[in-house]
Design a binder for this molecule. Structure first.
Ligand code: DQA
Length: 133
């Protein structure tokens, strides 16, 4: 549902859009690193993309799995198979929200998790992956 940013529950996710996020990340990082973005509301499309990035040996992954974070064994297995350095990001603070959001199936496959910092979480995740090398 992240394509709905800006329209979807703005009291939780804010008024900025996914295009705004992409623009801000490109502005900060594009001189230093090639960024690729992918959003889908379809679990299988996300899994295929993670596998393609693994085959392409990308240097790192910033993942916001949205609600699939809490439910998808398939997404978890895709990450486990990819063996990519990954950081999980959530715009909202999962621990201030419903209990079903407190569990992440994908977090154990990630180097770390950033939750509740809004767009800054994505910036921090890319910065971390860059300085880690
Ligand atoms: C989210 C949190 C999830 O629980 C929710 O289903 C989302 C967005 C976040 O970025 O805060 O879709 O991943």
């Amino acid at each position: 549902n992240l394509d709905r940013l800006g329209k979807r529950e703005p009291e939780i996710y804010g008024r900025a859009t996914l295009a705004d996020l992409e623009r801000a990340l490109r502005a900060e990082f594009e001189a230093r690193v090639r960024l690729e973005f992918f959003q889908s509301n379809h679990e299988g499309a996300l899994i295929d993309r993670i596998a393609a990035w693994a085959d392409a040996k990308v240097d790192g992954l910033v993942l916001n799995g949205g609600a699939l974070t809490h439910t998808s064994v398939a997404l978890r297995d895709a990450l486990a198979g990819a063996k990519l350095p990954a950081v999980e990001v959530h715009l909202s603070n999962l621990y201030q929200r419903e209990e079903f959001r407190h569990r992440s199936l994908t977090a154990p496959l990630c180097l770390g998790v950033i939750t509740g910092l809004g767009f800054e979480g994505y910036h921090a995740a890319v910065r971390f992956l860059l300085q880690r090398g």
